[in-house]
Ligand binder design. Structure first.
Ligand code: PHE
Length: 329
């Protein structure tokens, strides 16, 4: 009997020690202490033991039973603790790890130019107006003294829509829309997108931005136009920037001019805007009396100005949304 008890005790200790999961503990409990378990069977063998040895044998089997019960309980608690630790570890955050950086956004170079120019014009007393990008031919052309036979209406330049409308080719139609609704004096700038059906290359794109500006009052002079342009150019590009104006032609201004600037470190003159005194025909088309009021107008290309300022040599970079390019500003 003693040998049998020793043998069961050893087997049980090894088996319990080898358990790696709670289910296995339960299996071992059934194996030794269950209804048909090895220890339970020992009690049944008691009846074959001689009477004088019975009490002692009973004590031994009970001790074995308690022992196995204890080591099962101990192993169970150890496995539970290990499981809990594993769970806690997987749920915890290491607060000493470096944070995840999501990076800062920046203002697009075109918008920077736009905002700065708008601020400069604000300081001169100009207010902002907006007009639609889908325009009628009347506002984009006729009212601006561009008759239907004018080359600017050529299919090459204008996106014509199926419903007879056009994508505005310049911001000048906003002049007409504002003047139709407001009596002089008007002093307005109109920034926005314009579209041209041109071959796309390093210096032209199918869409770009302009700022239109105009001032109409009872005594507006060409000299004032020149002064305003000089002020804006020097504020934006710096006091040393040289500029020149050349005679030009636009159907909606008379006389007309184009303005070039010489940016430090760049050779040659670069054209940045067209301007002139608003044509009497245009004033008439909005119901103004050209004998009573005059005005000047100008339109400047934002892409051109941005490229000159930052030394960008391909207009398409401004529309590619390539972070390697945009992060430089
Ligand atoms: N609308 C002209 C253009 O797009 C620019 C301009 C505006 C010229 C106002 C004169 C007066 O080229």
């Amino acid at each position: 009997m003693q040998d049998k008890i020793n043998q069961i005790q050893q087997t049980a200790e090894h088996a319990v020690d080898a358990c790696t999961a709670l289910e296995e503990i339960e299996q071992q409990r059934v194996r030794f202490l269950g209804k048909k378990g090895e220890v339970t069977l020992l009690f049944q063998h008691l009846k074959n033991v001689p009477v004088e040895e019975k009490p002692q044998a009973g004590v031994l089997i009970n001790t074995l039973k308690d022992h196995i019960h204890n080591i099962l309980q101990l192993k169970k608690e150890r496995l539970e603790t290990a499981q809990l630790e594993k769970q806690l570890l997987s749920e915890s955050i290491d607060v000493t790890l470096p944070g995840q950086n999501s990076g800062f956004g920046k203002i697009h170079p075109l918008n920077r130019t736009l905002h700065e120019l708008v601020d400069i014009f604000h300081s001169l007393g100009f207010s902002i107006a907006h007009g639609p990008e889908i325009e009628t031919e009347y506002y984009n052309f006729d009212a601006l003294n561009i008759p239907s036979y004018h080359p600017a209406r050529d299919m090459q330049d204008t996106f014509f829509l199926e419903n007879g409308m056009v994508l505005r080719t310049h911001t000048s139609p906003v002049q007409i829309r504002v003047m139709e609704n407001k009596k002089p004096p008007v002093r307005i700038i109109a920034p926005g997108r314009v579209y041209r059906n041109e071959a796309i290359n390093y210096k032209s794109y199918c869409l770009f931005h302009q700022i239109e500006g105009f001032y109409v009052d009872s005594a507006v002079s060409f000299a004032e136009l020149k002064g305003v342009l000089a002020f804006v150019i020097r504020e934006f590009f710096g006091k040393e920037t040289q500029f020149r104006i050349r005679p030009s032609y636009f159907p909606f201004t008379e006389p007309s001019l184009e303005c070039d600037i010489m940016v430090k470190g760049k050779s040659g003159w670069m054209e940045i805007l067209g301007a002139g005194m608003i044509h009497p025909q245009v004033l008439k088309s909005v119901g103004y009396d050209p004998q009573q009021v005059q005005g000047y107008a100008f339109g400047m290309g934002i892409e051109r100005i941005t490229m000159l300022r930052y030394g960008i040599d391909d207009i398409r970079l401004l529309y590619d949304n390539d972070l390697r390019f945009l992060a430089q500003f």
